[in-house]
Design a protein around this ligand. Structure first.
Ligand code: G3P
Ligand code: MG
Length: 264
């Protein structure tokens, strides 16, 4: 697996991206979920969510608070990595995952970074915003330390973070997540190009044909989340999307990749 490019080669199926790992079959955003994804030939990329700990380490966690997916309570930002590591991040999903911990980005890149590309989605919460330059620099530092610059896509709903990534590391490929409220009726190319992004990401119910056409006319890739039904994924593939994020990426791979081979 070589360098990451935003759009698959013409005629090839869309990238299959394991959303928070194989999160339908292992606890989301844990090494168990990422390892499962890395073991499946045909999964191109994993998606994960990052935020900062009290000691400014980049940790992999979706929610601002700990209680949904770990045995901890309150905002993750209040705890150091050492403290966060005490919490069980797997039992909520199934007791057999009790040994799972909140991983750091560094750990994930070390474990699966050579096998799959990684979409790092930077979280910054509306009422608890991170300072864009500071979180961008912390994430880039880990990516560079792990020698992963050419194998990652860095995206965010907070487009000032995306702009900051590009400012600090112009070689990094970035993505903008569509915000139905603040981006309503704006062209994907406008949203992406104003922060130098090459990928436009939206939810499946947000995608319109004019958005897809506009993005492609401007050479912007379009990824869609979260597709767990094979029929829906096949439909999106026919519409020409470039990437499909799924909680059960392992189930989509045999269908999406086979169906293209049969039709060529
Ligand atoms: O990065 C795409 C998708 O993950 C955005 O939504 O809430 O699943 O992080 P969410
Ligand atoms: Mg995400």
């Amino acid at each position: 697996m070589g360098h990451y490019v935003p759009r698959p080669t013409a005629g090839e199926p869309p990238y299959v991206i394991a959303h928070r790992g194989i999160s339908a079959k292992a606890p989301e955003n844990t090494l168990a979920a990422f390892r499962k994804a890395a073991q499946v030939p045909g999964i191109d990329m994993i998606e994960l969510d990052v935020r900062l700990s009290k000691d400014n380490e980049v940790i992999v966690l979706h929610d601002r608070t700990l209680q949904r997916t770990t045995t901890g309570n309150g905002p993750a930002r209040w705890y150091t990595v050492e403290e966060l590591k005490q919490f069980d991040a797997g039992s909520w999903f199934h007791p057999s995952f009790a040994s799972e911990r909140i991983p750091t980005l560094r750990e994930v890149l070390h474990v699966v970074g050579k096998q799959v590309w990684v979409n790092i989605e930077i979280k910054s919460d509306l009422f608890h915003r991170e300072e864009p330059d500071s979180i961008a620099q912390r994430v880039l530092a880990v990516v560079n330390e792990c020698d992963m610059l050419h194998r990652v896509l860095i995206s965010s709903f907070d487009h000032s973070i995306v702009a900051s990534i590009k400012r600090h590391e112009p070689r990094c490929i970035t993505g903008v997540l569509y915000n139905m409220v603040s981006n309503f009726l704006l062209f994907p190319s406008t949203i992406a190009q104003r922060v130098g992004a090459h990928v436009f990401v939206c939810a499946r119910h947000e995608l319109r044909s004019w958005m897809l056409n506009d993005a492609h006319r401007h050479g912007i890739a379009v990824y869609v989340y979260t597709l767990d039904s094979v029929t829906d994924a096949l439909h999106l593939m026919e519409r020409g999307v470039d990437g499909i994020l799924s909680n059960c990426a392992d189930d989509l791979v045999p269908i999406l990749k086979r169906s293209t081979r049969e039709s060529t």
